[in-house]
Design a protein around this ligand. Structure first.
Ligand code: TXA
Ligand code: MG
Length: 349
């Protein structure tokens, strides 16, 4: 269970909810709760009533709300400070919910879903009427993902059993900032904007993957990769006959990181740069720490690099470092996603 940084008095939003508070008035106030079966059940009821829940997933933590509840979804945007036209991913806890949200699903998309779900891949598909404009940012497509983290699956299943069809869940960070990979980081990012008695963060430990899901557009005859992740282009090629293409910038769809600043720490981030005294330094363990640099992480390989990256950037900010120098691992697997994220974080597009 995480620490108990006190929550504020809430943000004054009244949803007219009838939810029993999780925590008695005289207990220490905490947003972070253990994912016991009882708490997961309570969280699912809270979600059904319009509350927001910090939800652990295998990629990063999400800020979840009922994807059919406009009021809850609007609060997600407000809590994150995210523009309303930036679409949200709908999370489902069972394959059968795919067809509730999407129509005209290409065969290759079904193959990707059956191969990689539950897991870190989001499919962009033509929406049904269930996916309202307030989820899709007024687009005719919807992003859908079935995450593999046990707590997320249990929460989603409990939510489905109450009649819910899916949870909208962007990464649980302030807009443009680094995604959280642990419960306390969600509290640091958004805790002050969550509402006393209604919203909670389920502590699912450290995210196993550490960077956001691969996003694949399935709107055309061929899949296209909109955001790279731990499921790579070659992983996808092995499942579908048609080779995926990379982002098609001519299409007017909104995708992650299209904006200039994304995934960014407060410190200035530089990549593969000449070290300067006082820099934070992130590199594979095999790379020596430059003199007078503050080592923030020493992962042994690229997968561990991804897992530690966001927490290391946060650590650099906590130490109030002015500059963090990252030496990118080189390779054709998750390294591609790491480079994509870090270039956006460093504003080197
Ligand atoms: O791993 C993840 O995907 C995490 C966890 C919590 O599931 N979620 C996540 O959500 O990264 P978010 O909102 O931070 O990033 C999802 C990106 C958005 O930037 C959005 O532009 C893109 O997915 N997206 C969502 N729906 C889309 C759509 N219909 N068309 C194109 N892009 C879409
Ligand atoms: Mg995000």
């Amino acid at each position: 269970m995480g620490t108990t940084r006190g929550r504020g008095k809430g943000n004054g939003i009244s949803l007219g909810l009838k939810i029993e508070p999780f925590i008695g008035e005289n207990l220490p106030v905490t947003l972070i709760i253990a994912p016991t079966p009882e708490n997961i059940k309570k969280a699912s009821v809270a979600l059904k009533n319009g509350a927001l829940i910090g939800m652990p997933t295998e990629t990063v933590y999400g800020l979840a709300g009922d994807a059919e509840n406009e009021c809850a979804v609007k609060r997600i945007y407000d809590v994150k400070g995210r523009p309303y036209d930036h679409p949200l991913i709908v999370h489902i806890g069972s394959h059968e919910y795919l067809d509730k949200w999407a129509v005209n699903i290409p065969e290759y998309a079904r193959k990707l879903a059956s191969e990689f779900w539950p897991g870190p891949i989001t499919l962009i598909l033509e929406r049904t009427t269930l996916a309202k404009d307030f989820i899709t940012g007024n687009q005719d497509s919807v992003g859908i993902r079935f995450p593999s983290h046990n707590t997320a699956i249990e929460l989603l299943k409990a939510f489905h059993s109450l009649g819910g069809n899916g949870l909208a869940a962007p990464s649980a960070n302030n807009f443009g900032a680094v995604s959280p990979t642990e419960a306390e980081a969600v509290n640091e990012e958004l805790g002050r904007n969550l509402t006393l008695h209604f919203d909670f963060i389920l502590d699912g430990g450290n995210a196993q993957i550490g960077i956001e899901s691969t996003i694949v557009s399935c709107l055309d005859a061929r899949p296209s990769i909109l955001r790279f992740g731990s499921i790579t282009k070659s992983d996808i090629e092995q499942i579908v006959d048609i080779k995926p293409v990379n982002i098609d910038n001519s299409k007017k769809i909104k995708f992650s990181g299209k904006l200039e600043k994304h995934y960014s720490p407060l410190a200035t981030l530089v990549l593969n740069s000449q070290p300067e005294s006082g820099d934070g330094f992130i590199a594979l363990k095999s790379v020596k720490t430059p003199i007078n640099n503050v080592r923030l992480a020493s992962p042994v390989d690229a997968l561990e690099f991804a897992k530690q990256l966001y927490a290391s950037l946060r650590k650099g900010d906590k130490l109030k470092l002015e500059r963090i120098n990252v030496i990118l691992p080189v390779g054709t697997g998750i390294e591609i996603a790491l480079e994509e994220r870090l270039r956006k974080a460093a504003h080197q597009l």
